[in-house]
Design a protein around this ligand. Structure first.
Ligand SMILES: Nc1ncnc2c1ncn2[C@@H]1O[C@H](COP(=O)(O)OP(=O)(O)OP(=O)(O)O)[C@@H](O)[C@H]1O
Length: 252
């Protein structure tokens, strides 16, 4: 089987080209296929949450989409403008916040203004001159989001971005993601272990199991979503059951 690394750009005559196009994707480590025949399209602006038991290849798929790994077989079409935010913010401690947002960019007035605007968007305009060590975990992660978004990615890859934050900060980050999406509208693939986070944020929840897509669930509900919405609860039960967790039919 051949490997094609294509760049997904326009060209379709009917519907817009997907931001991500995956066909027959296979990745083998130590003779074992971690991903084995993944087919997945992500539409422009769509947020796909990737769920699945530990070790099912979620991070591997994200690394392939980021271009850090090469597939052993299959086709992978991704936009060139893509960036990743990780569980830990990965700020350079020796650079102030603003310089972290501009990491890898030239220090032009335009880049500086864009970085400041990006910090303002995540509510951290006043921290531009702060050192990373003086930030809270949630603030540091907002800087990481600002750094990702200032590059105006067509594809944003999120690898458990809120897993290390406390519950309240995580809820605030969810609100922030919803606001940022309305403004920037990148396609997003987000790895998470949190079913509620997936259902709160995602347009679609994809579950990986044994190297395959085992669930592909469209979550066609308006934002902001109430966790008590019966449709959401039905989705939640289904996803938790797929993960081997039984929940009572009626939730108080
Ligand atoms: N560089 C590598 N070399 C060898 N094996 C690897 C490598 N990267 C990942 N693996 C293996 O591939 C499998 C999938 O790993 P991956 O990190 O993608 O899973 P995951 O679904 O993200 O897991 P978790 O939910 O625990 O983060 C695991 O068995 C892991 O040990």
């Amino acid at each position: 089987m051949t490997v094609t690394l294509a760049t997904a750009t326009g060209g379709s005559t009917t519907s817009p080209a997907p931001a991500v196009r995956i066909r027959g994707l296979r990745k083998v480590y130590d003779g074992k296929a971690v991903l084995d025949g993944i087919d997945l399209d992500v539409a422009p602006g769509q947020l796909v949450a990737l769920l699945g038991p530990s070790g099912t290849g979620k991070t591997t798929l994200l690394r392939l989409l980021a271009g850090f790994e090469r597939p052993d077989a299959g086709e992978l079409g991704v936009p060139l403008a893509r960036t990743t935010v990780y569980q830990e913010p990965r700020l350079v401690p020796a650079h102030r916040v603003l310089r972290n947002v501009m990491l890898g960019q030239r220090g032009t007035a335009a880049n500086r203004a864009a970085a400041l605007a990006s910090l303002a968007e995540v509510g951290l305009a006043d921290k531009a001159r702060s050192w990373p060590a003086t930030l809270s975990g949630g603030e540091a992660q907002r800087v990481a989001l600002a750094r990702a978004l200032v590059r105006e990615p067509r594809l944003l890859l999120l690898d458990e971005p809120f897993a290390a934050l406390d519950a309240l900060t995580r809820l605030k980050m969810h609100d922030l993601v919803e606001r940022l999406r309305r403004r920037h509208d990148p396609a997003i693939v987000m790895v998470t272990h949190d079913v509620d986070e997936a259902l709160r944020l995602a347009d679609r929840v994809v579950m990986l199991r044994d190297g395959h897509v085992s669930v592909d669930l469209l979550v066609d509900l308006p934002h902001p979503r109430a966790i008590t919405d019966p449709h959401l609860l039905a989705h939640r039960r289904r996803l938790l059951a797929e993960l081997g967790v039984d929940t009572p039919e009626a939730t108080p």
